[in-house]
Design a protein around this ligand. Structure first.
Ligand code: HEM
Length: 465
């Protein structure tokens, strides 16, 4: 079953022009008088950027009122940001709005160099694969509890809402070791607060006036009350280990960190997971309900593994990772629906990439997911094909072609944990539930809110198998 036709690679990527002398001049993406690229970026930034890449080659300029950004794309760009060019970029300006709002200069995404390395080292153990693998049984129970709550009554419900509630509950559990019933209202508040903050303070898509709307203020109040409760609890009685312990220790050992910075540290992992893991899960479920034979194939592989091992529940995380169809289902979702499809940076110094000179201070976007849509790495890239991840194809193994978790020094810190969560959640869903779309056969378009997701109207009904 093919994904959104709009992403179709109609033409091969234009080769960079050759220049006999000096640097190449950076071609300009399509735009309108006064508005520049804004209307296209607002409508479908991924499609727009992929189309411009095909027209203009691996480097092009995107302009909008008050914004001027150079896009770098392709395997070479992904390699450059990970290897010889990794010190050519800084992140502080891209995240500047959030850093100012929260007075959080140590926010991991906004730091670079030694400070960043130090922050990553401190937080890594609390977001590792080991954390999710060790708590697999708890995750299964959370899926049962949450999906069970939504399934009660048999009416269809918004998949986006379920995904938010589930992701929050799973993250809370993995980061604290405790199970807490988190309400859908809290999931909605955290997501809404993030959505508006990102659109205003990070992407600059909306005016600051949006930060005064009643909807925003209510979500903010709810989200902050949740964070205040967490803080009060954990400050009085620090957890033995895990993310919140690490965040508290970082805070206490550094007098330069303000109170607000700790609040943000408590909020950040929920934000990191909601728009990414939550939305990936929504895309994956849409694929399953649209394609019954896909669902049956993955399920029968799982059922066989359960039978072979004589288990009463799902296999261990290690076994799940070795089930080619289940693994392929998760990876293919991350490839074709890249929820974090690009990384925003600023040039830390003058540098040259593929003959184009980029000046220090230039805003840059690395379109890390561009390669996901290219025939030379992924055969028939718009086909949802879960077999491309197993031998002999192993298409994701071409270095720097498959980048759902970004590239370079800021590559997702929670990637392995997220992968384990995804495998366990999907396996539990397939083993224990029947899923049906509220509107059979309807494919909802990808929306950008601000990251790629599906509309809240995408609803499913679920019953116990
Ligand atoms: C499907 C799920 C996920 C996807 C696709 C994803 C994707 C990404 C990407 C692309 C980046 C790099 C952004 C950049 O270059 O600026 C990133 C960074 C990060 N992610 Fe994830 N993420 C996922 C889940 C998670 C989860 C569950 C957590 C943990 C709660 C997490 C924690 C982080 C952190 C802490 C960073 C910042 C790393 C740094 O700046 O050094 N992510 N993620």
């Amino acid at each position: 079953m093919r994904a959104d036709q709009a992403l179709a690679p109609r033409n091969p990527v234009a080769a960079p022009p050759t220049s006999r002398q000096g640097a190449l001049s950076i071609p300009q993406a399509r735009g309108l008088p006064l508005l520049g690229c804004i209307p296209f970026l607002l409508a479908n930034p991924l499609q727009f950027l992929l189309t411009q890449r095909r027209r203009l080659g691996p480097v092009f300029r995107v302009r909008a009122p008050g914004r001027d950004m150079v896009v770098l794309s392709g395997v070479e760009a992904n390699r450059f940001m990970s290897e010889e060019g990794k010190d050519c970029f800084v992140s502080a300006r891209f995240w500047g709005g959030v850093v100012r709002e929260w007075q959080c200069p140590h926010f991991i995404s906004a730091t670079d160099g030694a400070v960043h390395i130090d922050e990553r080292r401190a937080l890594k153990p609390s977001m590792s694969r080991t954390v999710a693998d060790a708590r697999q049984q708890g995750l299964v129970e959370i899926v049962h509890e949450t999906v069970g709550r939504y399934a009660r009554g048999g009416s269809p419900f918004s998949m986006r809402e379920l995904a938010r509630t589930l992701t929050n509950a799973e993250l809370y559990y993995l980061l604290t070791g405790e199970r807490l019933k988190l309400s859908p209202a809290l999931g909605k508040a955290l997501a809404e607060y993030q959505r508006i903050t990102f659109n205003v303070l990070v992407l600059g898509k909306w005016p600051r006036l949006m930060l005064k709307t009643p909807g925003y203020l209510l979500s903010r109040r709810r989200a902050l009350a949740f964070i205040a409760r967490l803080r009060k609890r954990f400050e009085a009685e620090p957890p033995a280990d895990g993310y919140f312990r690490a965040a508290l220790e970082r805070h206490r050992s550094d007098p330069a960190r303000r109170a607000k910075e700790l609040d943000f540290a408590f909020l950040a992992p929920f934000w990191a997971g909601l728009d990414t893991l939550g939305s990936s899960f929504v895309f994956l479920v849409q694929q399953l309900v649209l394609d019954r034979s896909l669902l049956e194939r993955v399920r029968s592989e799982l059922d066989d593994a359960i039978r072979k091992e004589g288990l009463s529940g799902i296999p261990s995380p290690e076994t799940l990772r070795k089930l080619p169809l289940l693994y392929g289902l998760c990876m293919e979702t991350l490839r074709l629906y890249p929820v974090a499809f690009a990384s925003g940076r600023t040039a830390a110094r003058d540098f040259t990439f593929q003959g184009y000179r980029i000046a220090k201070g230039q805003d840059v976007m690395i379109l890390t997911s561009a390669t996901h849509f290219e025939n030379r790495y992924f055969k028939d890239p718009l086909e949802f094909d879960i077999e491309r991840y197993s031998a002999p194809r192993n298409e994701h193994r071409t270095k720097y072609a498959f980048n759902p978790f970004g590239r370079g020094p800021h590559i997702c810190l929670g990637a392995a944990m997220a992968e384990s969560m995804m495998l366990t959640t999907v396996a539990t869903l397939l083993r224990d539930y029947e899923l049906e779309a509220a509107v059979p056969g309807k494919r909802y378009p990808m929306i950008f809110d601000p990251s790629p997701t599906l509309p809240a109207a995408f609803a499913v009904s679920v019953r116990r198998r």
